[in-house]
Ligand binder design. Structure first.
Ligand SMILES: Nc1ncnc2c1ncn2[C@@H]1O[C@H](COP(=O)(O)OP(=O)(O)OP(=O)(O)O)[C@@H](O)[C@H]1O
Ligand SMILES: [Mg+2]
Length: 237
């Protein structure tokens, strides 16, 4: 079973420690949710895991391979992909042209057009194929970004708040899409603030606060965690 192991990762920005000795493991075929208040270090952890910047110390291991010092393009080649908290697409290109970008990189050129149409269908984006990405809804942009990440057939996928700021209907589509990643030999990690969604889709939950992992375990275990109940479920504990 493949896994992505995060071992004692520390990352500071100047004097501020954004990640402090973070350790966890993300397993294949499970959806791991990373939760925690604003500024907890969730996005920073994904940035470090995907090679946006190196950690100050600690190690990252994908399938026993040490990727700690691999540049981000190498990690993409190994199958480590992500989406961004702030939508990261090509706004002036059409939806279909956006999808073609990762496909041109990942597939043989004879497969690109067919694969692009298949992805547009799967993500319910076919009707926007010739629309410039800037002109579709925020939720559809989030779906487009997910389709672009999936286009490279990743083995590890980090989703940074894929449902943030999207409408109810699109949110449902996004959740269903994430659920479909299960059983596809993928390692999926999702940063999500909405606890209802978290408890619905996560097999494992990692709770962060002030740069540290303060709890991790099954949804049942995390539901009874005092910090989670206080911060998220607004209970007096
Ligand atoms: N490149 C950077 N330079 C300086 N400080 C940074 C940088 N990136 C993140 N930080 C700081 O590190 C802390 C953690 O930020 P991060 O974006 O990882 O939080 P988060 O858990 O994703 O929060 P949110 O839920 O608001 O997205 C914050 O205080 C942030 O200001
Ligand atoms: Mg964030």
């Amino acid at each position: 079973m493949a896994s992505f192991r995060i071992e004692n990762i520390t990352k500071a920005f100047g004097k501020f420690t954004a990640l402090n000795q973070v350790s966890t493991e993300l397993d294949e075929d499970l959806i791991s949710a990373i939760i925690g208040p604003n500024g907890a270090g969730k996005t920073t952890l994904v940035n470090v895991c995907t090679g946006m910047f190196p950690p100050d110390s600690g190690g990252l291991f994908f399938d026993s391979r040490n990727v700690t010092k691999q540049p981000s393009h190498k990690r993409v080649q190994l199958g480590i992909a992500r989406t961004f908290q702030i939508v990261n697409i090509f706004p002036e290109l059409t939806v279909r042209e956006n999808i073609r970008v990762p496909l041109l990189y990942a597939r043989h050129k004879t497969e690109v057009e067919e694969a692009a149409d298949a992805l547009l269908d799967t993500y319910g984006l076919a009707r926007f194929r010739d629309t410039r990405a800037v002109n579709i809804s925020h939720g559809d942009q989030k779906l487009l970004e997910m389709a672009m990440a999936i286009a490279v057939a990743p083995k590890v996928l980090f989703l940074d708040e894929p449902t943030a700021g999207v409408g109810m209907e699109e949110k449902e589509k996004i959740i269903e899409t994430v659920q479909r990643f299960k059983g596809k030999n993928m390692i999926t990690a999702i940063i999500e603030h909405d606890m209802e969604t978290v408890f619905r889709i996560a097999d494992r939950i990692i709770v962060m606060n002030e740069g540290e992992v303060i709890a991790q375990g099954s949804p049942e275990e995390i539901k009874s965690n005092a910090f989670v109940r206080k911060i998220y479920l607004k209970e007096e504990v």
